[in-house]
Design a protein around this ligand. Structure first.
Ligand SMILES: [Cu+2]
Length: 185
């Protein structure tokens, strides 16, 4: 809640506020990110349908990288895991993306744990319209073109169930159901 309020204050204070003071959640619902992302990823199912299910954006903010966007056409009320995996490939039903992005060789944990995988992110829960939003500041990654913590050409993976933030190495989050390569926006 605190993060949402902070971001909406920033928006309203900027010249971008042409449509008034929308909250981040409002903007995510309409699919219009409130500021230019540095990187983006189009998320598609890993099955043969390869259907687009959403977009996730990244931009640098104080203290980290804001990861924001939405997934659509999900089962209402369903909670799923989202992570950044190390390899920018969605081939072989998402398996080619490899394990979680983990440049410091930490164990898997909750996304707030600075001693966990850099690629750990919060679970997403779909609303009654089947839309799930994410708006999270990840303090362990960078959106620079290269470097140890850069997520350029890595991949988002959506799993079939929730991350328990404990089980190794992927939080018992189940099959890989959707994937998107992170690219320069
Ligand atoms: Cu994962």
């Amino acid at each position: 809640m605190k993060k949402t309020m902070l971001a909406s204050v920033l928006l309203c204070g900027s010249a971008l506020a042409m449509t008034g003071c929308q909250t981040v959640q409002d903007q995510l619902k309409t699919g219009n990110p409130f500021d230019q992302p540095v990187m983006k990823s189009t998320i598609k199912t890993v099955d043969s349908a390869n259907r687009e299910v959403g977009q996730i954006f990244l931009r640098p903010v104080d203290g980290g990288v804001q990861v924001y966007g939405k997934l659509m056409n999900m089962a209402p009320g369903k909670t799923v895991a989202l992570h950044i995996h190390e390899t920018g490939s969605c081939a072989d039903m998402g398996k080619a993306a490899g394990g979680h992005f983990n440049p410091d060789n930490f164990p898997h944990s909750n996304p707030e744990d600075m001693k966990g995988h850099a690629g750990d992110l919060p679970n997403l829960t779909a609303n009654e319209d089947g839309i799930a939003t994410i708006n999270f500041v990840n303090k362990q990654i960078s959106v620079e073109q290269a470097g140890k913590y850069s997520v350029n050409r890595r991949a988002f993976i959506v799993h079939s169930s929730a991350d328990d933030y404990t089980s190794q190495p992927e939080g018992a989050s189940g099959d890989r159901i959707a994937c998107g390569i992170i690219e320069k926006s």
